[in-house]
Design a protein around this ligand. Structure first.
Ligand code: TEU
Length: 558
């Protein structure tokens, strides 16, 4: 297959509410993003992915959409959108929108009508079930704590919501629902956008009969993900979407697929699958679940390097030549990369951020840079529950501490500090002025206080900054089929200090060495025979000696 533009592209993710406020209301907006597009271009990114900007009651920060064809007023107008898209294209930046069609908001007109009765035109757009023995139809728990079912007295039935009650799941088995989705997709594609990131798209096909889910001992509900991810008709739905919509445009698509395996991903992104281009997989960001299965992802354990290597290497080798990876350390749902996978200790943070960037960007796949990652932004280290604003974090605290009493408050606050989505959602650090240049008003969410030390203004013109290191990584990818298309070979899987791998393509080899520790160690990968050192995060190269958080990339012309 010839190299596709989305294979050699780098995507920059913008969380609109936290990126740049242009009118002083404390919330990021579209004119603010437009103003900052030259910054993204300077980094070298090719594509911008925007989290949802559609009309929404904001119960889940925009992932509960009430009108797919209008802009959330706080972000601006459709005219502001058109101007932003035009500016992006003028800068040769492509734009991905976030397609959230596994569920809508409960304020969407479809659901407002569907809940009224069993015989209105929208009655069958959602998943309704009669009570069983006066209770919920099964034991499914919501991703946001509590039951995945809510009772609607007007219908005498429960409706399914895998996330919040304000996010009712659409019934994709209904062809009318699918046609509605295809129509809204065409609306945005005909405006000229360049593709979609598809929210939890592998949850749209539900298992027949909606059977009970496996329920950890002592947990109030069943863990729904193994049951609802990659359902029986998913391939059929994605194939139809491609046939009716996607294949008619030169676009890029990435499906968010919690719980998917490489085998699943090959079904959807296979070079002949005619479905999606790539997926966001979750194996490397779910490596340290709590030993108490009732608590799921909430933990304060560090990620073991050998586990991280196994996860990333598995996806590299199993998709090679069969599908396509997305490459990411963090996004709006994950804590900050340098805090989670390396260290945000001031002494090593810059080295560690560059090391993580190298480790990921030299792999096969399309890299995604989350706003602020290019600056080495860190977790925010909140200390009290009232600091948090994310529905997932707040609900989890009340579920586990107050309702189930499965963990005490201080321990749960440690878990939130380590893994909460809020870590990634604090406003962007533009400079060291008040509110980091993000807003002249009161920011919707408190900034990470370290913006005086960590901000774009102090890095953009500093050749040794993380920003310019990422700029070099991106530039290397643009000029190298070895990086984009080369095969992957992991070295020393059991080494719990160094992540090393080789890439091979057309008689050339890349050797990538990353030290994930604060120790100086020695490793001989024949690097002294290399033709050149492509990039590294120290000013010099000590050959087989590898210093704390050191990373270096060699090229061999065989
Ligand atoms: O996230 C889906 C998802 O699986 C997340 O709930 C993720 O597993 C968890 O938050 C990680 O801790 C998507 C969106 O990215 C997320 O922002 C939304 O809240 C969610 O879907 C519902 O739309």
């Amino acid at each position: 297959m010839t190299k596709q533009w989305w294979q050699s592209s780098v995507v920059y993710q913008v969380y609109p509410r936290s990126y740049q406020d242009s009118n002083g209301d404390g919330v990021g907006d579209l004119p603010g993003i437009t103003q900052r597009l030259p910054y993204i271009k300077k980094l070298g990114a090719d594509v911008v992915w925007l989290n949802p900007i559609y009309k929404s009651p904001d119960k889940d920060n925009g992932y509960d959409i009430s009108d797919y064809r209008s802009i959330q007023p706080v972000y601006g107008t459709m005219d502001d959108f058109d101007k932003m898209l035009a500016k992006a294209h003028k800068l040769n930046l492509k734009l991905l929108m976030d397609l959230v069609v596994s569920h809508t908001s409960d304020q969407h007109e479809w659901f407002k009508q569907s809940r009224q009765s069993k015989d209105n035109p929208y009655a069958d757009y959602y998943i309704w079930r009669d009570p069983v023995d006066g209770h919920e139809p099964n034991n499914w728990g919501s991703y946001f704590s509590g039951s995945a079912w809510t009772y609607e007295p007007k219908r005498g039935q429960y409706y399914l919501h895998l996330f919040a009650p304000g996010q009712p799941d659409l019934k994709w088995e209904n062809p009318k629902v699918r046609e509605e989705v295809y129509s809204l997709m065409r609306f945005w594609l005909d405006k000229g956008i360049d593709g979609f990131r598809m929210d939890v798209i592998n949850l749209i096909s539900k298992p027949a009969g909606l059977p009970d889910a496996p329920q950890p001992k002592g947990a109030p509900y069943g863990n729904v993900e193994p049951l609802v991810s990659d359902g029986p008709r998913l391939n059929e739905f994605l194939h139809e979407m491609n046939d009716k919509v996607l294949s008619h445009y030169d676009i890029m698509t990435v499906g968010e697929m919690p719980g998917s395996t490489p085998e699943d991903a090959i079904k959807y992104t296979g070079l002949k699958a005619n479905e999606l281009n790539m997926v966001f997989q979750f194996q490397h960001v779910t490596l340290s679940p709590n030993p108490d299965k009732r608590l799921g992802k909430w933990n304060d354990q560090p990620v073991k390097l050998t586990d991280l290597k196994q996860a990333l290497s598995r996806w590299q080798t199993e998709l090679d030549g069969k599908g396509w990876n997305s490459l990411y350390w963090n996004n709006h749902d994950q804590p900050r990369a340098v805090s989670r996978f390396a260290t945000d200790e001031p002494k090593y943070r810059v080295l560690a951020a560059k090391m993580l960037g190298t480790t990921l960007h030299m792999m096969q796949g399309t890299p995604y840079v989350y706003e602020g990652e290019e600056l080495g932004e860190t977790n925010v280290h909140y200390q009290k529950l009232t600091d948090y604003e994310d529905i997932e974090s707040i609900n989890a605290y009340h579920q586990f501490v107050d309702t189930d009493k499965s963990v005490d408050g201080p321990t749960m606050l440690k878990y939130l500090e380590n893994i909460s989505r809020d870590n990634a959602r604090t406003p962007m650090h533009w400079d060291d002025s008040e509110n980091a240049g993000f807003t002249t008003g009161t920011p919707w969410f408190a900034l990470n206080p370290n913006y005086q030390e960590i901000n774009a203004k102090s890095q953009v013109d500093d050749q040794d900054s993380i920003f310019n290191y990422y700029r070099q990584l991106i530039s290397l990818r643009h000029d190298s089929d070895l990086i984009v298309l080369g095969t992957y070979e992991e070295l020393d899987p059991d080494d719990d200090q160094v992540f090393a791998y080789r890439r091979h393509y057309n008689g050339q080899t890349l050797l990538v060495i990353s030290n994930f520790t604060d120790q100086t160690i020695t490793r001989d990968y024949q690097q002294t025979q290399a033709n050149k050192l492509l990039i590294g995060n120290y000013q010099d190269d000590q050959g087989t000696e590898i210093r704390p958080y050191e990373t270096k990339v060699y090229q061999f012309n065989n």
